[in-house]
Design a protein around this ligand. Sequence first.
Ligand code: SAM
Ligand code: SF4
Length: 345
Amino acid sequence: MATPADRPPEPSLVDRYGRVATDLRVSLTDRCNLRCSYCMPPEGLPWLPAPSVLTDDEVVRLLTVAVGQLGVTEVRFTGGEPLLRPGLVKIIAAASGLTPRPRLSLTTNGIGLDRLAGPLRDAGLDRVNVSLDTLDPDRFAQLAHRRRLPDVLTGLAAAADTGLTPVKINAVLLRGINDSEAGDLLRFALAHGYQLRFIEQMPLDPQHGWDRSQMVTADEILAQLEAEFPLRPDPAHRGSAPAETWLVDGFSDAHGEPAKVGVIGSVTRPFCGACDRTRLTADGQVRNCLFATDENDLRTPLRDGAADEELAERWRAAMWGKLPGHGINDPTFLQPARPMSAIGG
Ligand code: SAM
Ligand code: SF4
């Protein structure tokens, strides 16, 4: 892929709108052991064919390019469910050996973390985000189509005990299902020293069933929380963080700092102008946005023997084409062909 003529000779992942991507999301698999209704249908999806999935060595090679040549400083592993990737510990260990060492985190549903938290920390993982939408076992089974709430809670506890902190919880509220649980989830998080963030449901479900009128908005979530807790806007600089955060007066986290709760209003409070993300799918495609409708293939040149500099140049070109915003609120918005589980959330 040729370098776009209007791109300055910058080594980092700049785009036309002055943003610089330093935060890489790597999807390690599109498979999952849950079926959260906003992400995957109950029957699952046709998985990526094994030969198209990057090997552990190929993932590490692309991480080396991202960190060594493109200025990536933060790597988050996700999926699908990244704990299902057999080589996860090995990949984290290799990533933690890169120079300069990137910060390493993982987004997981928590199932299996009781067994893996220690080895992951020893390999160099810094932090985890665990997804938890409900504290009610029946509702969990309704929402995720698997009766696995106890495993998630055990995984969360293991992450905290192991020191993968601050442990963050991601929660998505669905109208008529778990939309009354904002307060309960926050009470649970405060009691355990976890940092809770609510995420507005985004149009990334494979069924294309997302309906704006059904989405529980950031405003609604905040109203629920404010009815039960004394919240104050967090004075800390937000930077490129997707979550707007509030301090919960009278509570502190596991380190004695004021407790916080976050809301990621991806749809009603978009933060595209400050986005510093770049994404790599499990089959080696660069995506410059969660909502991009096109991708740039790195797997083929990688397997054809491309040098690091060529891979870096392709990645730079891919990011240069990033659009100014996700466009969900435009009438012409088109949902990407791949669902969240295959892009990497
Ligand atoms: N399986 C892992 C997990 O659940 O944390 C990692 C992958 S999952 C796709 C990453 C995050 O995306 C989860 O917190 C999940 O709740 C969120 N997510 C998935 N589909 C979503 C959607 N349509 N809208 C908003 N968040 C979504
Ligand atoms: Fe699996 Fe995570 Fe999607 Fe739930 S949100 S189905 S745990 S990938």
